[in-house]
Design a protein around this ligand. Sequence first.
Ligand code: MCN
Ligand code: CUN
Length: 796
Amino acid sequence: MSQALDEIKIGGLGASRRRVEDDRFIRGKGNYTDDITLPGMLHMEILRSPLAHARITSIDASRAWNIPGVHLVLTGDMMATRNLAWMPTLSYDTQAVLATDKVRFQGQEVACVVADDPYIAKDACEAIEVEYEPLPVIVNPTQAVADGAPVIRDDKENQPDNVIYNWEVGDKAGTDRAFEQADVVSRLRLHYPRSHPSPIECCGSIADFNRATSKLTVYMTTQAPHIIRAAVALVAELPEHMIRIVSPDIGGGFGNKVPVYPGYVCSILASILLERPVKWIEDKSGNLISTGFARDIYLDGEMALRKDGKILAVRMHADADHGAFFSDAQPSKFKIGLLHSTFACYDVPVAHLTARGTYSNKAPGGVAYRCSFRVTEAMFFQERMVAAAAADLRMDPAEFRRINFVRDEQFPHRTPFGFLLDSGQYGKCLEVGLKAIGYDDFRHQQAEARKRGKLLGLGISTMTEPLGAGNSREYDILGIKMFDSAELKIHMTGKAILRTGAKTQGQGHETTWAQIVAHELGLPAEDVTVEEGDTDTAPFGMGTYASRSTPVAGAAVSMVARKIRAKARKLAAHLLEVSEEDIEWELGRFYVRSAPDRGVTIQECALAAYSNMPDGMEPGLQNTAYYDPPNLTWPFAVYLVTVEVDQETGVWDVHNIVAVDDCGVRINPMIVEGQIMGGLTEAYAMANMQFITFDAEGNCVGSNYMDYLLPTAWETPGFELHSEVVTPSPHHPIGAKGVGECAAVGGPAAFVNAVLDAIADTGVRNIDMPLLPDRVWEAITYHHDVSGAPPVRSDD
Ligand code: MCN
Ligand code: CUN
């Protein structure tokens, strides 16, 4: 006779619970970094370089110092006296905090002013006189390795050129042999342009050094507060226990808020020097010109194919433009992130990948933007290659995928680059997608439309993403192993507070983590408060990026709740006066196996933990779990897009978008759908309208929202989402896989494939993103590929 609670009713696993955080967000009651005002707080602004590459011959800040209301002017030389002119990056490189010798990209931080208000600070920045001696500029990898190229990083010993790394993975000899057996070799070269996460809230920090207690508190926009605490301890040489990093509400991160930026460091030093709180809030152009660029990678690939469509081998090379400093946050073993997750969902017998990273006179690039460390590039390349290969074989692209997918019975599947895929049903996802978009019908309509001179196209893209770094064996950042944590305290009245080492930026952790607790313990989700982002209270964790929260911190939430349940079971046995072995659990309640009517609720156990514990038992009901995942989780998705291209103008319109996402068990289906819609919107933006590029002088074209377009609800097409395929992760405690980035990762290729399918008759194999109308028009009109980013275009 079961009295188990209805899990959906208490807001457990699978409940589309409304987001608790939205109550404050939509009322304008969020507490963002810029909302915080501390007594005596001063304001900091940054002076940025107008030039991309130049020697600094002099900096005269005397006029700025004399402006009333100015408290401090920081320059590189002053930073140098404190050993803070340079800082280490998360990829074992160094980055200038404030420029001393040279500026290396347009927008680079040259000086800072701290004043009574931000307007005085901004005016004073303009009063600083900097003399520059311009140097030749490098804006792409070809220029970076050209003979006689200026060495950008002449500050570094043992850096004779602009090459950061050469990296390779896979089996070269085996791949070469497989190519000899090929019936057809399909080739493609493409550029994934620079893109910018561009969260609505820019970066910022408020540093508050208290001389009386020697404690430094920093409120800041960071996705990884504990890593920042460690970085500040090392860079500023402060004891770690005297540093408190608080990440309050974050207005979107998308990867932009993972790196350490000079503004953070300067505000901290300014607060230490002035012994007053110092606030730095970046403006939009500062954010767009200097922080967190992603992609900017040239990919060359070859696929060895058998006539019947089987992939025999893949060979690829990546040229990554990292800008002036190599500051990616990524697992240290992998110089080009997880780019080698490419082709993971296909049964490729053998593969080889080489990658070269180079410096250029651009802001640091290569950071992850809604991708698990370069997976966006990996999947884009894969799906564009697959489309090209199917075309070369004159095969239907759906059929080509079908024959090459890893089959259900092959899991766990080892990829040629060494990853172990946990689970999936790839073929089934594809069938659901094809049916939903009406694939066969569409092909008829397409043929009909062509007769009438109308260009319709359909693009397919699939993706599988390695989500959930660690395990700690393989994944670390600067040697810090990647795992995560959760701490759960159950109060005596059965209400609870949960804290994790992750940090929500809009993903809804306050809602979903409580659902996991509800699922494990039967406490109503609304009785569980979730807190993240304060290093003084949260257990140590690596933060939120790479959609690792559900796979790692979310798993820790399950595990800590199970520890609590184990102790509650002892309390239940004590209350029911039976031995623990005679106790059974059902959601929210322990009962006596032989007498199911006799039971106690989890709330009664909680009260007993403080008021009636058995002899010898430690009082209280709280615990912490650190979770080191055995493997990554591998969600899978199929995205299908139909478009109509206008021949005369090159403008293309989206007709339909179908998304089939299999992210294992969904904690909150509504939140998952929101994540997918957000990702598809970003995918559409990258494919259609976003272009941050650089002219030959290194001027950043696109550092404002007139050039770099953000789609609103008005431009964004509608989506049809499918959730019927669920393949639980076999190693995650509740079978969930990450999902936060899937659609941004897999989406772009669907749009590009659709446009290229519409103009297939022209023989054009590639148009690089963004598929702006002039580029599409050029391809249609001249029947040639349109590749690369200005100023280098393959046809120049
Ligand atoms: N979820 C779920 N069931 C699953 C998987 C996830 O209900 N099987 C829920 C989670 O509980 C969580 C959300 O979906 O509330 C996203 O979970 P997850 O996939 O674990 O991703 P993270 O929480 O680690 O979020 C990071 C991811 C990244 S890396 C970027 S970039 C991105 C993204 O999330 N940035 C975002 N989505 C974003 N969404 C918003 N609103 N703002 C950002 O900055
Ligand atoms: Cu990949 S951008 Mo998110 O990892 O913060």
